[in-house]
Design a protein around this ligand. Structure first.
Ligand code: KG4
Ligand code: ZN
Length: 336
């Protein structure tokens, strides 16, 4: 079954064609980083305008790259939420129009379910159950994934997301947007023990996170040290974030007696997180799985992959049905 996936929840306009939830025929992403860079974060109005410009060419390129026509597509999957409402609307309206005009099933997909399913594009036979640590610019959550569609939320951030903390710290020292990749690169040249930043909630019994205090600690440090060694600052900050993420994920796995941890979302690209979780996971007898780097950040292949699973669970609407025509984008949408 070939699914056209569409993703427009934030600042990437993306379309992909994926077969049976695992085989990528095309995966096209029009990044808006250049548009938002000068503002140090995503500007919703600009994101919407860019999605409108990009959506049709991106879908056309996804079909051309896959060497398939729309008629050879079996269903359309689209991110319904959560995300920026204006941005989501562009993807949802386009998917509804395509599904209606071509009489294809329309599959609404939860953005985080997409991130969880990005793992199956790399590991088609990944066994259930597993823990999913989702770390992105908008989310920091640990889910227990029992089986397709059955999720338990074990912990979440009480304030900033991990990626957001990377972006805000990078902005404080004018490192550009998005901050994660820059801090990651800079940290490689720094000393992670140079500055002692707090590890928020590290010893807390819950699996919740908090990153805004860490961000404030960086701000206070900069007030006292206006010309810091940026590599040391990046390395020390990154170490603090990674220490908390790794400790909580491993503790959750041990407590729930789950021997597999998957990591997804933009921060899953972080080299220290990958290295530390792998090392400590190995010591604890827990297997750790990552999507390839290109599938960590937002993309539509993961939406098509999750869409395939939802289709198999009967969670779709015929394109011409009233349910499909009335499908709404949702800025807030719980996964479970
Ligand atoms: O999943 P994603 O593309 O978008 C959201 O759904 O939020 O994640 C983007 C986030 C940004 O905050 C970015 O700074 C962060 O992922 N990120 C990283 C790295 N690459 C991207 N954070 C840390 N280290 C990286 N290598
Ligand atoms: Zn995302």
């Amino acid at each position: 079954m070939r699914i056209l996936g569409i993703e427009t929840s934030c600042d990437e306009t993306a379309a992909a064609v994926v077969e049976n939830g695992t085989l990528i025929h095309s995966n096209i992403i029009a990044s808006q980083v250049d548009v938002h860079k000068k503002y140090g974060g995503v500007v919703p109005e600009l994101a919407c305008r860019k999605h409108i410009e990009n959506i049709v060419p991106v879908i056309q390129t996804a079909l051309e790259t896959a060497q398939l026509s729309l008629d050879q597509i079996d269903a359309v999957a689209v991110t319904q939420g959560p995300g920026l409402i204006g941005a989501l609307l562009i993807g949802v309206s386009t998917a509804k129009a395509l599904a209606y005009a071509r009489k294809k099933p329309l599959i609404p997909v939860h953005h985080l379910e997409g991130h969880i399913y990005s793992l199956f594009l790399q590991y088609p036979d990944l066994p259930f159950p597993f823990l999913s640590l989702i770390v992105s610019g908008g989310h920091t959550e640990i889910y227990l994934v029992w089986q397709p569609g059955e999720y338990t939320l074990l912990g979440h951030t009480l304030d900033d997301a991990a990626g957001e903390a990377f972006d805000k710290v990078a902005k404080m020292v004018q490192l550009g947007y998005p901050g994660g990749p820059v801090i990651d690169r800079l940290a490689a040249k720094g000393d992670p023990t140079a500055i002692s930043f707090p590890r928020p909630y590290l010893t807390d019994a819950s699996f919740d996170f908090s990153f805004s205090g860490l961000k404030t600690a960086v701000r206070h440090y900069l007030q006292k040290h206006p010309n810091p060694d940026l590599a040391d600052l990046a390395a020390s900050f990154q170490q603090a974030v990674v220490d908390v993420l790794v400790a909580k994920a491993l503790r959750a796995a041990r407590q729930e007696r789950i021997a597999r941890i998957t990591v997804a979302g933009g921060v899953a690209a972080n080299s220290l997180l990958r290295k530390e979780l792998e090392k400590q996971g190995q010591e604890a007898g827990i297997e750790v799985y990552y999507p390839p780097l290109a599938l960590c950040t937002d993309n539509a292949a993961m939406i098509a992959a999750a869409g395939y699973s939802r289709y198999q669970r009967g969670l779709y609407f015929p394109g011409e049905s009233a349910e499909a025509r009335h499908l709404d984008a949702k800025a807030n949408l719980p996964l479970c």
